[in-house]
Design a protein around this ligand. Structure first.
Ligand code: FAD
Length: 598
């Protein structure tokens, strides 16, 4: 057993009352994902996450991944847990039924992902990347590639990896130099080196299917000349058995701040001279387009990591605060000296705990609403609804990725702070959550790049129409609030929408440098407002449910309190960001680069 408790009650509430799972399950394709079946499924997932995966979290941090020759050894507990994960079929849930998957909506698999990630973020990266590989093949692979590789990737018997980054090509993939040379047999020979490849090599699965971005000899420069290749670690024979090793290997793994159990590999392709054999996925020179089709899902997955690690850190902090005795409650001069108390009774500790709680519930709603939009974009029978949801998902995805991963770090930091000095000491485990959380704002496109994506591509692609529609919806929620218990929620939400609207107009009218200078505060503002909006919707749903016979009154009243806390304490931050959004770039560049650090 571990100290992780799956937040099943809150997950169900967010799925049912905010993200609209019951309506989604009315679509034929998701008829089996009704709320009761989903709740039963999540209970099983939660048990598995808590009992099998969560106990591996500390091993992963302490033992880490180790390079032995060109093999990577993960902690023994990882292999045992992964075998059970594959055996139970958890990896298949979200994949299409025709490929052996469970056909559940992304919305449900997002809740599943949250629990596995809370249990052990480093471990969860292996299934996350495998899911990415399944998507790439499902959408872009030809019949042969699907036939050969999809089955074992869907079950998780084989793992996937994503090979984009090179030393000179991080945020800017236009600089990728890995070469792909056509061979006479219709395959390609891959030569080059990739860095920072998560689970590029490991011992959890027998085979690893690498997806590699590389450049053909006659390819145009820049991102338009990138193609996607499937490069297996072990060849697959015609009868499906595994054959010889391909010409690729892990030549180093990184020593890093957190997620120690997740090997971050330097991968070398074609060292033996003839090149690693690769198979083209989709059309030549369309690798970036293929990556983009997977990006919403992968970026949302990193947003979920922010939520998940925050939840784990929060649970631990609350447990500690309930037990740690220190100080006495406040009193007036003439009151008798009170007894020492647990720190959970100090207003400042309560402030930290409520901040964590409010952010976590807001993040959960945001990533679920984002996932539901992606589900409808793909499956809603009404093309107008599908298009509208695609536009919403496109807008929300950089916000989910960056806002949730930044807030995840803040929550993990607050959880450490609640522990006082004990938080800074490794034994309590609070420090691990903080270290693990720190990668999420960096990979899958840094949060700076997400902000650029939001203001550049997403906002401008439709002249701000989707953003305006969303702001109108937020305002409609705010003005519909008429219960005195939520009065400040409505007021603060209206103020925040006014600021967000002004910021949006300013961004749309600004020249490129000014716009980019305001991008990060704008994304933060949007996330902060979206969080307040979704908690307001939660509170309204909770108010409605209070009238039901047998309602869980404590839970529902806590929802209302949490929404109010967010509105009073965290939502005003959105309005305060307006000057930063609109400040422009003059002061950013007024001091020369040479003088910046002098
Ligand atoms: C633990 C770990 C796991 C990873 N896993 C994988 C993986 O599995 N596969 C893979 O391919 N890659 C992986 N990566 C790579 C990761 O995606 C990159 O590190 C990330 O995209 C940033 O690239 P970079 O490190 O080169 O930073 P840089 O691109 O050099 O960025 C440095 C800073 O400059 C900013 N910046 C850069 N360009 C711009 C711009 N145009 N405008 C504004 N700001 C800018 C960035 O936001 C950042 O703050 C991983 C990295 C780590 C650390």
């Amino acid at each position: 057993m571990s100290d992780y408790r799956p937040p099943l009650r809150d997950v169900r509430f967010a799925l049912e009352k905010v993200a609209g799972l019951p309506a989604l399950a009315e679509l034929d394709v998701f008829a089996h994902a009704d709320i009761e079946t989903t709740a039963d499924l999540l209970e099983e997932v939660g048990r598995f996450a808590a009992e099998v995966i969560a106990p591996t979290n500390r091993d992963g941090d302490l033992e880490g991944a180790v390079l032995e020759g060109d093999r990577v050894r993960t902690p023994a507990s990882f292999k045992r847990a992964h075998d059970q994960y594959v055996g139970a079929g958890w990896g298949t849930l979200q994949h299409a039924v025709e490929h052996g998957g469970g056909g559940f909506p992304l919305l449900v698999s997002t809740a599943v992902k949250e629990m596995f990630t809370s249990a052990n973020m480093a471990f969860s990266l292996c299934p996350l990347l495998t899911t990415g590989a399944v998507h790439a093949l499902t959408i872009h692979g030809d019949a042969d590639l699907k036939e050969t590789y999809l089955g074992q990737l869907v079950t998780g018997e084989w793992a996937g990896s994503m090979n984009l980054t090179e030393p000179q090509a991080g945020s800017d993939l236009a600089e990728i130099r890995t070469r792909a040379v056509p061979a006479e047999d219709g395959t390609y020979r891959i030569f080059g080196q990739k860095i920072f490849i998560t689970f590029g090599e490991h011992d959890l699965t027998e085979n690893i299917i690498h997806l590699v971005l590389a450049r053909l000899p006659d390819a145009p420069p820049g991102t338009k000349g990138l193609s996607l290749f499937l490069v297996p670690k072990l060849f697959v024979n015609a009868d499906g058995t595994l054959g010889e090793r391909n010409d690729l290997r892990c030549i180093a793994i990184e020593h890093k701040l957190g997620i120690h159990g997740s090997p971050t590999c330097v991968m070398s392709f074609g060292d033996d001279g003839d090149g690693a054999v690769g198979f083209l996925v989709g059309e030549a020179n369309s690798g970036m387009r293929q990556m983009f089709t997977m990006m919403n899902d992968a970026r949302l997955g990193v947003g979920v990591q922010g939520l998940a690690i925050a939840e784990r850190a929060f649970q631990q902090a609350v447990g500690y605060a309930r037990e740690r005795i220190q100080g006495r409650p406040p009193r007036r001069d003439d009151d008798p000296e009170p007894a020492e108390t647990t720190i959970v009774d100090h207003p400042d500790v309560r402030r930290m705990i409520m901040t964590m709680r409010a952010y976590i519930e807001a993040m959960r709603c945001l990533v679920y609403v984002n996932a539901e939009a992606l589900d409808r974009a793909l499956h809603d029978p009404d093309p107008a609804v599908a298009a509208e949801r695609q536009a919403l998902a496109d807008l929300l995805t950089p916000i989910s990725k960056a806002w949730c991963s930044d807030v995840g770090v803040e929550v993990a930091s607050l959880a450490l702070q609640v522990h006082g000095g004990a938080g800074y000491i490794e034994e309590t485990g609070a420090a691990q959550h903080y270290r693990d959380a720190r990668i999420a704002p960096i990979y899958e496109g840094t949060n700076g790049i997400q902000a650029i994506d939001l203001v550049g591509r997403k906002l401008h692609s439709d002249g701000g129409e989707t953003a305006r529609r969303l702001i109108d919806e937020i305002r409609a929620t705010a003005t519909a609030i008429d219960d005195p218990a939520l009065a400040t929620v409505g007021d603060h939400l209206v103020e925040a929408t006014v600021a967000l609207e002004k910021a949006t107009q300013w961004i749309l009218a600004a020249d490129p440098t000014e716009m980019l200078a305001g991008a990060t505060p704008y994304l933060r503002m949007f996330g902060q407002v979206a969080g307040g909006w979704l908690l307001a919707r939660s509170a309204l749903a909770a108010l409605g449910d209070l009238a039901d016979a047998g309602a869980d009154e404590d839970f529902l009243r806590a929802k209302i309190t949490t929404a109010r806390f967010y509105a009073d304490n965290l939502l005003p931050l959105a309005t305060s960001l307006l000057p930063a959004v609109t400040a422009g770039s003059d002061d950013l560049f007024a001091i020369s680069a040479e003088r910046l650090a002098s």
